[in-house]
Design a protein. Structure first.
Length: 165
C-alpha cells in the first residue's frame, strides 16, 4: 500500500541508490511474501516475521536488512548500509510515549520500568518472535530519533509528492 513501511523503504532505497525501478504497492505483508515466493516480484522490502521461516528454509534469499545493525535473527545477513549505501536505515520502531508536559519524574520512572520489562526473558522472546531486536534508549535519545525520522521521511514524502492526510 502506498505509504506503508515497506513501500516507503523501497522508495527510500530507490532514491538513495539512484536506481530506476517500479515499486508495486501491496495490501499487506502476506500477499507480498506469496508473490516473492512465487517469483512474481524480483525483490521486495518486507518485515521479517512473515518471511523468516522461508529465509531459513532457503526459499527466499535475504540480501540485506534495513536496520542500522544486523538482525540477531539473521546475523550473517549484512545491513544495506554495509552493502554499499552508508547511512541507509528504514525500520519500524515501537516506543512508549506520554502526553507533552508529563512531569520529568514520571517520564523517568516510565522509562526505567520499560527498560526493566525488556530485560525479561519472555518479553525479549516475544519481541524476537515478531522479528524484532530489543533496542533501548533514554527519553532524550528517543525524542532525537523521532525528530530524525520525521525529517528523513518528511523529506521523502515531499519529494514524492505524497499527500499526508
Amino acid at each position: 500500500m502506498i505509504g506503508s513501511g515497506g513501500y516507503m523503504a523501497a522508495e527510500l532505497f530507490k532514491d538513495a541508490a539512484r536506481v530506476d525501478m517500479t515499486i508495486v504497492p501491496y495490501k499487506g505483508t502476506g500477499p507480498l511474501a506469496n508473490d516473492s515466493l512465487g517469483g512474481h516480484v524480483p525483490v521486495s522490502f518486507n518485515t521479517l516475521a512473515p518471511i523468516l521461516s522461508n529465509i531459513l528454509a532457503g526459499n527466499l534469499r535475504a540480501l540485506g536488512v534495513a536496520s542500522a545493525v544486523r538482525s540477531a535473527l539473521l546475523p550473517d545477513v549484512p545491513t544495506i548500509a554495509e552493502s554499499g549505501l552508508p547511512g541507509f536505515e528504514a525500520v519500524l520502531r515501537y516506543g512508549l510515549l506520554a502526553p507533552a508536559g508529563t512531569p520529568k519524574e514520571i517520564v523517568t520512572r516510565l522509562s526505567g520500568e520499560l527498560r526493566k520489562a525488556v530485560e525479561l526473558d519472555d518479553v525479549r522472546a516475544r519481541i524476537t518472535a515478531d522479528g524484532g531486536d530489543v533496542l533501548t534508549s533514554t527519553p532524550e535519545q528517543y525524542a532525537d530519533d523521532i525528530d530524525r525520522e520525521e525529517r528523513k521521511w518528511g523529506t521523502l514524502v515531499r519529494k514524492l509528492g505524497l499527500k499526508v492526510e
